[in-house]
Design a binder for this molecule. Structure first.
Ligand code: URA
Length: 235
């Protein structure tokens, strides 16, 4: 049996102090009953929930991260700080990795997990998991760019892209683009091929997951059971 605050802090997601605050605020339940006593002794098999979500067990973990610019999407790098540096130590030790990559200067939705088979499935080129980006360009986008994206662009090195949906936002200096594949630097290379280089890029959707507008840059949250099911059933 462990104290309730210790059980929460042991996940690495909260400090002991934060765990005590959550418990006192009535946000933690043990086997379905709200428990406001941080010192309550909890059997290992008791179902502990925070805000109605079960604490991580030994099974896979799925996190949605709002990646800021300046970090690389890797688990380790000899020179650069990685996105894992944003996670608490328990998650860093757990072997989580980013499912897919965003460039160092790209912001937005990154899925972090230790579920290798699911990540493999989502990233498989055959699945065509949709990714939606918000972008800003140096230049003004017009209907010829929309049509070129729709036709499937050929990049400067001859690479043929699948058709993509470009939706110009007001003013023509920003847009949403939906890709059905994920080639290296793809958005930047597509817009460069149109002579309108990308000046800002942010991923706002990955398959069935949307970047929450209220998830601050640099923050993360666990996926809900519904979101995990959506991912598992995707594609
Ligand atoms: N396309 C890019 O050019 N960069 C990213 O980070 C993602 C998609």
């Amino acid at each position: 049996m462990d104290r309730l605050d210790k059980r929460l802090a042991g996940t690495g997601r909260w400090s002991r102090k934060e765990a005590r605050e959550l418990i006192k605020a009535g946000r933690v339940s043990v086997s379905g009953n709200v428990c406001r006593n941080p010192e309550e002794k909890v059997p290992a098999e008791a179902a502990v929930c925070v805000d109605g979500q079960a604490l991580d067990g030994p099974g896979p973990v799925y996190l949605i991260l709002h990646k800021p610019a300046g970090l690389v999407s890797a688990t380790e790098d000899p020179r650069e700080e990685t996105v894992l540096s944003l996670l608490p130590p328990a998650y860093q030790r757990r072997g989580l990795f980013p499912a897919g990559r965003l460039d160092k200067d790209t912001e937005g939705l990154l899925l972090l997990t230790d579920d290798g088979p699911l990540a493999h499935k989502l990233l498989s080129p055959r699945r065509h998991v949709d990714k939606v980006y918000y972008l800003e360009v140096d230049g003004v986008l017009d209907e010829t760019d929309v049509q070129a994206a729709r036709d499937g662009m050929v990049l400067a090195d001859g690479l043929q892209c699948l058709p993509a949906d470009l939706e110009i936002l007001s003013g023509g200096r920003s847009a949403h683009i939906t890709l059905h594949e994920g080639k290296y630097h793809q958005v930047k290379r597509m817009l460069a091929a149109r002579g309108k280089p990308v000046t800002y890029l942010k991923r706002i959707r990955f398959g069935p997951l949307n970047l929450d507008p209220d998830l601050p840059k640099g923050s993360w949250r666990p996926l809900s059971p519904e979101e995990i099911a959506l991912l598992q059933n995707h594609g």
